[in-house]
Design a protein around this ligand. Structure first.
Ligand code: ADP
Length: 538
């Protein structure tokens, strides 16, 4: 990969993250960042965050962090992580938000691969860090951030406020090049070893602008945005930068937030927009159904569901219960990470449809973010017809793909197109539907069965809380589908009923051969770990 040597601005008015923070701080002093800890809620206004980020950047410089360095973090979502996500890039270094849900071996692997010089960690990880320190002597400094509940008893030099206070309030914000790396993120590894992806100031800046458009998620300074997505997953899909730019309030829920906790936070903070993966929204739906007292979350207007596909039941639930629009989004770490967004009506033509038809549109992953081109290609590399039916490999290109330097990666196709590993169709209005992952498709008797299509149909059945469909090896057909199901509280289901219901819409050869009841393993980012299920059941 390109070494990204340019750290000093080579063109005037570079696109830099610091200007996003400065803007929010100057226009919205009454909004800011809300961190919910199990012990209580901590609030900072955007001007306070800007000043704290300046202090922190000065502290980092004083501790020896230099432009071009990599700084690791092992933290959950709270203001400390957010402050690092601004201060490290504003200094010209790149933040590597490591995923605490990785195994010890993968965590060690990513910290080594990222070449982190410093690692900031939550006191919760004392034991893991003690072991990692021994195996990673190349990390020069491990800085314990403590936690608000224990900060007073931490040694001052190690506690967060202590470290922050060691800087000065005269930080000189350097003029960086917009191609300077600002973050190093790893793919979650659902299809293999984690891969390192570098985001630049420019790619993140453009991505931030894209998030704020009306036809993507319509974020504005009037919003209270809840980031259920962890910062260690592509910087919460970029939401913190967009909230800062607009001066929207940003709510960072603590990591043990259950569906019921999220409902309570949405109610108490009057959240208007929330982002998360499908499993998060399933748990919220479950909690809402079980709630004994009514929750008032009528402020909630939009729910962004990405990282996996929602089903019609989920889309209908948010519409019926709260009058909220579930916006389906597709993305991947490689592209900064949001790729498409599916507002229920993004054109005058869609606005004229009735509400049920508009909700069906949200089953599709939507249209590409501006700055991103998408195409579906066949095995010969040719674009397929945009007829909503012809499947092929989804390819993307643009300045948010691998920080704008995709063409320097050996897997990139001529013309700068990056293959995504997803199988998709495009309709005649440019809306993308993800049909499956290349690795999750089930090959039965020479024909392909989409595991995603089966999951959508089975997931919409009231008895089912969560479903994964995986391939099992078969002597005659090569592979056959198996449905792995977590049942809803008190429900029951059998294979014959499941097959009969699916047979209403699917041909017989696509129906699952088996139904297995068990807990579905999740990856570090809360996605169903089909790789693990295949290893077990395949
Ligand atoms: P990994 O590939 O290791 O899971 P990512 O977390 O970057 O890493 O996940 C990106 C992948 O997640 C996409 O390539 C796609 O397969 C899947 N994905 C993301 N959003 C959706 C969606 N809305 N519908 C279906 N699949 C999705």
């Amino acid at each position: 990969m390109r070494p990204y040597p340019r750290l000093v601005a080579t063109r005037p008015h570079p696109l830099l993250l610091r200007s996003l923070l400065f803007r929010g701080a100057s226009i919205a002093p009454a909004s800011g960042v809300v961190s919910t800890f199990p012990s209580g809620t901590v609030r900072h206004s955007w001007p306070e965050i800007r000043d704290r980020v300046g202090h922190l950047a000065a502290s980092l410089a004083r501790a020896g962090v230099r432009p071009g360095d990599r700084v690791g973090t092992l933290l959950w979502n709270d203001h400390r992580h957010l402050e690092l996500a601004f201060a490290v890039p504003c200094l010209g270094a790149a933040i590597h938000p490591a995923n605490p849900r990785l195994s010890d071996a993968d965590l060690e692997w990513t910290i080594r691969a990222a070449k982190d010089r410093f690692v900031f960690y939550d006191g919760e990880f004392d034991e893991r860090i003690a072991a990692l320190r021994l195996r990673l002597p190349e990390v020069e400094r491990w800085i314990r951030c403590g936690s608000p509940a224990t900060a007073a008893s931490d040694p001052p030099s190690d506690s967060w406020e202590g470290f922050l206070g060691s800087g000065s309030d005269r930080f000189v914000w350097p003029d960086l090049d917009e191609d300077a790396p600002m973050a190093v993120c790893f793919t979650s590894g659902t299809t293999g070893h984690p891969k390192e992806i570098v985001y630049t100031q420019r790619s993140s800046y453009l991505h931030t602008l894209g998030l704020a458009l009306t036809d993507t998620m319509n974020l504005s300074g009037t919003d209270v945005a809840l980031a259920v997505v962890p910062i260690f997953h592509a910087i919460s899909w970029g939401l913190p930068y967009a909230a800062a730019m607009l001066g929207a309030s940003l709510v960072l829920p603590h990591r043990r937030s259950s569906g019921a906790d999220l409902l309570a936070t949405i109610e108490s903070e009057q959240v208007t927009l929330a982002i998360g993966v499908p499993t998060v929204w399933s748990s919220l739906m479950q909690a809402a159904r079980e709630a004994t007292a009514a929750v008032n979350i009528r402020h909630l207007r939009r729910v962004v569901c990405g990282g996996g596909a929602p089903n019609l039941e989920m889309i209908g639930f948010f519409a019926r219960q709260y009058g909220a629009e579930l916006i389906h989004s597709w993305g991947m770490t490689e592209i900064n990470p949001v790729g498409t967004m599916g507002r229920h009506a993004a054109t005058a033509e869609e606005l004229a449809l009735d509400a049920a038809d508009r909700r069906r549109i949200a089953l599709k992953a939507g249209r590409p973010m501006p700055m991103l081109e998408v195409e579906v290609i066949d095995e010969g590399g040719q674009p397929v017809a945009h007829d909503d039916r012809t499947v092929g490999t989804l390819v993307v290109r643009g300045p948010t793909v691998r920080g704008g330097f995709a063409s320097e990666d050996p897997s990139t196709l001529p013309g700068g197109w990056m293959p995504t590993g997803d199988v998709a169709t495009i309709d005649d209005r440019g809306r993308v539907t993800i049909r499956d992952r290349e690795k999750d498709l089930i090959k039965s008797g020479g024909e392909w069965i989409s595991s995603l299509a089966l999951e959508r149909l089975i997931g919409a059945m009231p008895e089912v809380a969560l479903v994964a469909v995986v391939a099992r090896k078969d002597a005659k057909w090569e592979e056959r589908p198996v449905a792995v199901v977590e049942l809803a509280e008190g429900a029951s289901l059998d294979l014959a009923t499941l097959r009969a219901r699916l047979a209403e819409t699917l041909p017989a050869w696509q129906l699952p051969d088996d139904l297995v009841f068990r807990k579905i393993p999740l990856t570090g980012t809360g996605k169903m770990d089909k790789k693990a299920l295949r290893a077990e059941l395949g």
